[in-house]
Structures are given as structure tokens and as C-alpha cells.
Design a protein around this ligand. Structure first.
Ligand code: RTP
Ligand code: MG
Length: 147
């Protein structure tokens, strides 16, 4: 069983899309094991996006992700990292497949609504940045046997 870190970005929160986005992962059959609405500090944003440090879009990205509350989550399920990346869609909304979150709701790369971890190592690292281990809830997911 795999875990991933997902985060509705400030544009998604402001546009009232938390419920819509969470609903897509719920209906897929994935299990929510942690969540919180939070304001990210610059320090946290720099830790989270460390791999992009020095890139041309870095400053814009840090400014954007700290510009308002985000909805941070941990989701669990078989292949949850690849599955959630597929449901989110490509970074650029123009390249995202129809039916993905970014294709359905985003127009620009700078405002692409949601973050999803891209590897097991990054998922573990990002979960550690945003959540204490006792904030991640272990519970029986009763629909699991039907999925
Ligand atoms: P994320 O990390 O937010 O889930 O997005 P991603 O994996 O699809 O894309 P990534 O390459 O990790 O980039 C992180 C965020 O930086 C912004 N970005 N802007 N060329 C650009 O202007 C550019 N490239 C990336 C996007 O907001 C992207 O989500
Ligand atoms: Mg990324």
C-alpha cells in the first residue's frame, strides 16, 4: 500500500474546488488518511519545491504557493502516486488530457490547481514536511474489498 502527498493550491481553494477535487479521489476508491487547510510559510514552500530552486519560474512559484491557504492531504492506495498524477493531468493545462483536473479546470501552468508527489521518495519527503506522523490516521477502509 502506497501513500502520496496532494495539495490543492491557493487558486483551487479560492475557486471553491476543494470538494470537487477531493471527490474525484474519493470516487476513484483511494483512501484519505490526513488533511488540513493551512497557510504555508516561505520556508516551508522552499523546502517543498527545493528541486526547482534556481529555475526561471521558481520565485513566481514560491510567491504563488504562499499567496493564500492550501489544502494539504495524504492519500493511500495501491499505485496511488501514479494514479493521482494521472487524475491530475500534465503540468500545462494545454497538454493535460480531457477529464483530468488540470484539463477540466485550469488554463495556465502557473495556476494549475493541485500538487501531487511524483515519486515514492518525494511522497515520503513531502508528507514529512507537512504532517506529523500522529496526524496520519490508520483506519479500516471498508470499500477496499470491492476495488
Ligand atoms: P506539481 O509539482 O505542482 O504537482 O506540478 P508538476 O509536478 O506537474 O510540475 P513541476 O515540474 O514539479 O513544477 C512545479 C510547478 O511549477 C510551475 N511551473 N511553471 N515553465 C514554467 O513556467 C513552469 N514549469 C513548472 C507549475 O505551477 C508546476 O505545477
Ligand atoms: Mg512536481
Amino acid at each position: 500500500m502506497e501513500r502520496t502527498f496532494l495539495m490543492v493550491k491557493p487558486d483551487g481553494v479560492q475557486r471553491g474546488l476543494i470538494g470537487e477535487i477531493v471527490g474525484r479521489f474519493e470516487r476513484k476508491g483511494l483512501q484519505l488518511v490526513a488533511s488540513k487547510l493551512m497557510q504555508i510559510s516561505r520556508e516551508t514552500a522552499e523546502l517543498h519545491y527545493a528541486e526547482h530552486h534556481g529555475k526561471p519560474f521558481y520565485e513566481r512559484l514560491i510567491t504563488f504557493i504562499t499567496s493564500g491557504p492550501v489544502f494539504a492531504m495524504v492519500w493511500q492506495g495501491d499505485n496511488v502516486i501514479a494514479l493521482t498524477r494521472a487524475l491530475i493531468g500534465k503540468t500545462d493545462a494545454l497538454e493535460a488530457l480531457p477529464g483530468t483536473i488540470r484539463s477540466d479546470y485550469a488554463i495556465h501552468t502557473n495556476f494549475n490547481l493541485i500538487h501531487g508527489s511524483d515519486s515514492a521518495a518525494n511522497a515520503e519527503r513531502e508528507i514529512g514536511i507537512f504532517f506529523e506522523s500522529d496526524q496520519i490516521i490508520t483506519y479500516e477502509h471498508t470499500i477496499q474489498r470491492w476495488i
